[in-house]
Design a protein around this ligand. Structure first.
Ligand SMILES: NC(=O)c1ccc[n+]([C@@H]2O[C@H](COP(=O)([O-])OP(=O)(O)OC[C@H]3O[C@@H](n4cnc5c(N)ncnc54)[C@H](OP(=O)(O)O)[C@@H]3O)[C@@H](O)[C@H]2O)c1
Length: 251
C-alpha cells in the first residue's frame, strides 16, 4: 500500500458551478470531509442556502469575469480545484448563433484555463494539489449536434492531460471526469424549460445522479498520493456511445 492522500491533507477547495447539479453535491461532500470549500456560481441566493447547509464559503461570481476570478483566487491557497461549471446550447455549427459560441467557450473553456492559470502555480510551489476537470463524453466521442459543446469539452480533455506535463515532478494531480447523462438542470437551462427537459431527457431513463459523479471525484481525490487517476468515464448502464454514419449518395 502506498501512502494515502486522505482529504484531510488538503485544506482548501474551490468548486465552480456550485449552485446546482453536480457542483452542489461536490461542495457538500468536500465540506463534510472538513475542507474549507469556496463555492462559486452566479446565483447568490442558492449559494447562501448551500452555505447555511454545508458551511461552505459562497462567492457569487460569473466565471466569465476574469478580473473577479483573479480577485477570488488571489487570497486563497487552493489545494483542490474542481472546474465543474458548464453550459450547453442546442444546435450544431450550422445553426448556432453568436451567443452559443461565445458563452460555451467562455464558461466551459476560457474560465477553466484562467482558473488553472491562477491556482496551479501555488499548487506547484506547495508541492500539493489536485485539479479535477469535469469534461464530458462529448469531449471524446462524436454524437448528436451540440458541436460547440463537443469542441470545448475536447479542449478540456486535452488540457487535462497537458496539465500533467506542466506539473511534472511535483505532487499535483489532475483528473478528468467524463460523465454521460446526469440528472441535473443542464438540459432545462438549454431548453429554457425544466419540466420539458425532465420529460424529454430524464423521465423513463436511468440517468446518473450527481451523487454518482461526486463518488467518482471522491475516489480520485482519496487515492494514495503516488496515484493519479487521469480519466474517469462514467455513464449510465443503458447509455452507450457508438454508431457510425455513412451516407449513400447516388447523385
Ligand atoms: N448533466 C449532464 O448530463 C452532464 C454530462 C456530462 C458533463 N456534464 C458537465 O457537468 C458539469 C456540471 O453540470 P451540471 O449537469 O451539474 O449542470 P447544472 O445543473 O446546469 O449546473 C451548472 C452550474 O454551473 C453554473 N454556471 C453556469 N454558468 C456560469 C457562469 N457563467 N459563472 C458561474 N457559474 C456558472 C450554474 O450556476 P449559476 O446559474 O448560479 O451561475 C450551476 O451551478 C458541466 O461542466 C457539464 O458540462 C454534465
Amino acid at each position: 500500500m502506498g501512502i494515502r492522500m486522505p482529504l484531510s491533507d488538503y485544506k482548501t477547495a474551490l468548486v465552480t458551478g456550485a449552485s446546482a447539479g453536480i457542483g452542489s453535491v461536490v461542495v457538500e461532500r468536500l465540506a463534510k470531509q472538513g475542507l474549507e470549500v469556496h463555492a462559486v456560481a452566479r446565483d447568490a441566493e442558492r449559494l447562501a442556502e448551500l452555505a447555511r447547509r454545508t458551511g461552505c464559503v459562497p462567492h457569487a461570481v460569473d466565471i466569465t469575469d476574469t478580473a473577479a476570478l483573479t480577485d477570488l483566487v488571489s487570497g486563497l491557497e487552493v489545494d483542490v480545484l474542481v472546474n465543474n461549471a458548464g453550459v450547453s446550447r442546442t444546435g450544431n455549427i450550422l445553426s448556432a448563433d453568436e451567443f452559443a459560441v461565445d458563452e460555451q467557450v467562455a464558461v466551459n473553456l476560457r474560465a477553466v484555463l484562467h482558473l488553472v492559470r491562477l491556482a496551479m502555480p501555488g499548487m506547484v510551489r506547495r508541492d500539493r494539489g489536485h485539479i479535477v476537470n469535469i469534461g464530458s463524453i462529448a469531449g471524446v466521442y462524436n454524437f448528436g449536434g451540440n458541436t460547440i459543446y463537443h469542441a470545448t469539452k475536447a479542449a478540456v480533455h486535452t488540457l487535462s492531460r497537458q496539465l500533467r506535463v506542466d506539473g511534472y515532478g511535483r505532487r499535483v494531480r489532475v483528473t478528468e471526469i467524463c460523465p454521460g447523462r446526469v440528472e441535473t438542470e443542464i438540459f432545462g437551462r438549454l431548453l429554457g424549460d425544466m419540466a420539458q427537459a425532465q420529460r424529454e431527457y430524464y423521465d423513463g431513463y436511468e440517468s446518473l445522479k450527481p451523487e454518482d459523479v461526486a463518488d467518482a471525484i471522491e475516489f480520485a481525490l482519496e487515492t494514495p498520493r503516488h496515484v493519479n487517476i487521469g480519466h474517469i468515464e462514467i455513464l449510465p448502464t443503458f447509455q452507450v456511445p457508438g454508431g457510425l454514419n455513412f451516407e449513400r449518395r447516388t447523385d
